[in-house]
Design a protein around this ligand. Structure first.
Ligand code: GDP
Ligand code: GDP
Length: 433
């Protein structure tokens, strides 16, 4: 399921303001815990229970004059190829500029849905002025104010109509993708696992054109690799290499069941890695971390623990994730990596029988009940796991609205202590009964 909204447009029209508005709740959560997400230009958002990824293309353009317009043009082309829906943002206060016209020309060739979003329509007087943008010939226009949020609801209502939902195939092979910054060793790992013989590489036609699916079937393990590492499309503007790879990463991630996040032992976990991690978490994917190039680290008996602690610190609050230290060049622990990923896949599909769940959790809850609020006692009566592609639990109680975040986290920790959900985001709901 890969629904990506790309916001395109020239600088200063308000792209990042809209981006922040759409991904707002997430930002607050992430900033609270890690404080390292300021350079983030993509993120998760939700509208009427539909989840999607938003990417602010402007964030990737360098500030040098000469490459500027070329970079923007190329970004629009990449966005047309990779996104599900394009939001073409313009500014009501400036009217149509030359660069707007150029972008519109590119977008008219897009087969993907394009929404012309006229921003900074902060009041009703400006509403009339928005109509000049019909001049693009791109169909309906949407007058919004990213600052106040006005008009964004109507826009999103129409945007999500264009989303594709690929039904999850219960019997399909596990889909695993390896993501990480350039040069961490992703291609080397795939090559080490499947050999240089790319005969077994079978591009599979489907909704996600361009991503290569590699059927792995060796040593008793069978799964699909979703490979983006091997796909290095040439970009004319070097500033766009990162933008392009981010687009690809997001798509691979949304398609996968389990995401192997590979980092470089020498460089450690950086803010970009944390962003990817949170995106995977928010998309409820299984996650495994590989610390590669472990051969380059000078070690003593404590090194592994120190590394692990540092990484988990940055992943808070979701720290129950396997971390494996590999050296792809020395073929050290690369099969453990695969086994670990398949274990995470299993955990993600795990179903705990209701009786077992209640036998384990109710005594814990009895011993540590949710704190009473306004003199009212909260009684949790029973628990069931809800059907879904990733673990979800419903706790039925008399006053669900009185249960606060710390207690929810306590419950999550207890679930994790008693049932192995390593590498898997779990959701907990308190419901009225
Ligand atoms: P970007 O370069 O396209 O990402 O644009 P920004 O989001 O950085 O916004 C450029 C400027 O426009 C900033 O000063 C914003 O505060 C302002 N801006 C963004 N949205 C609105 C809006 O809806 N109304 C008004 N009046 N200003 C806005
Ligand atoms: P990618 O960009 O993530 O696909 O990274 P590559 O697989 O192209 O690897 C980048 C460089 O790191 C290459 O020169 C590899 O030989 C090297 N490399 C990969 N894995 C290891 C490792 O475990 N140890 C060391 N020392 N180098 C590695």
């Amino acid at each position: 399921m890969s629904n990506i909204i790309a916001i395109v447009g020239r600088p200063n029209v308000g792209k990042s303001t809209l981006f922040n508005r759409l991904t707002e709740s997430r930002k607050a959560i992430v900033d609270d815990f890690s404080g390292v997400t300021r350079d983030r230009h993509y993120g998760s958002a939700e509208w009427t229970n539909r989840q999607f990824t938003v990417i602010d293309t402007g964030g990737y353009v360098a500030n040098s004059e000469d490459v500027f317009e070329a970079a923007i043009r190329e970004q629009v082309i990449i966005a047309i190829e990779e996104a599900t829906v394009l939001l073409f943002m313009v500014d009501v206060t400036t009217g149509i500029t030359d660069l707007d016209d150029e972008i519109a020309q590119l977008l008219r060739r897009s087969k993907k849905p394009v929404f012309t979003v006229v921003n900074k329509v902060d009041n009703t007087q400006l509403q009339n002025e928005a109509s000049v943008f019909y001049g693009f010939g791109l169909g309906e226009i949407y007058a919004i104010s990213s600052m106040t949020g006005s008009g964004t609801g109507d826009l999103l209502d129409d945007v999500i109509e264009h989303f594709e939902d690929i039904p999850e195939d219960e019997n399909a092979l596990p889909k695993i993708t390896i993501v990480g910054r350039p040069n961490v060793g992703k291609s080397s790992l795939i090559n080490a696992l499947i050999g240089k013989d790319r005969n077994i590489v079978t591009p599979i036609a489907g909704t996600t054109r361009d991503s290569i699916h590699i059927h792995y079937n060796q040593f008793g393990h069978e799964f699909m690799f979703i490979d983006t590492a091997g796909l290095r499309k040439k970009t004319k503007v070097k500033e766009n290499i990162e933008f392009y790879s981010v687009m690809r990463t997001i798509k691979a991630l949304e398609e996968a069941d389990v995401v192997i996040l590979m980092i470089d032992a020498v460089e450690g976990l950086e803010s970009q890695d944390v962003n990817i991690f949170h995106l995977a978490e928010k998309n409820k994917k299984g996650i495994l971390i590989l610390v590669n190039k472990w051969d380059l680290i000078e070690k003593n008996s404590k090194t592994v623990n120190v590394f692990e602690d540092q990484i988990r610190q940055k992943l808070q609050p979701f720290t129950d994730v396997p971390i494996i230290f590999t050296s792809v060049v020395n073929k050290q622990r690369i099969f453990q990596a695969i086994e670990g990923a398949l274990e995470v896949f299993k955990n993600r599909g795990k179903k705990i029988p209701t009786s077992k769940l209640n036998d384990v959790m109710l005594p814990i809850i009895e011993k540590y009940p949710p704190p009473a609020l306004k003199g009212k006692y909260i009684k949790i009566k029973y628990i069931t796991q809800i059907n879904g592609t990733s673990p979800m639990f419903a706790f039925f109680c008399n006053l669900p609205q009185y249960i606060k975040e710390p207690y929810k986290r306590f419950i999550e920790n207890k679930l994790r202590e008693n049932f192995d959900f390593s590498g898997v985001p779990i959701q907990i709901y308190f419901r009225q009964k």
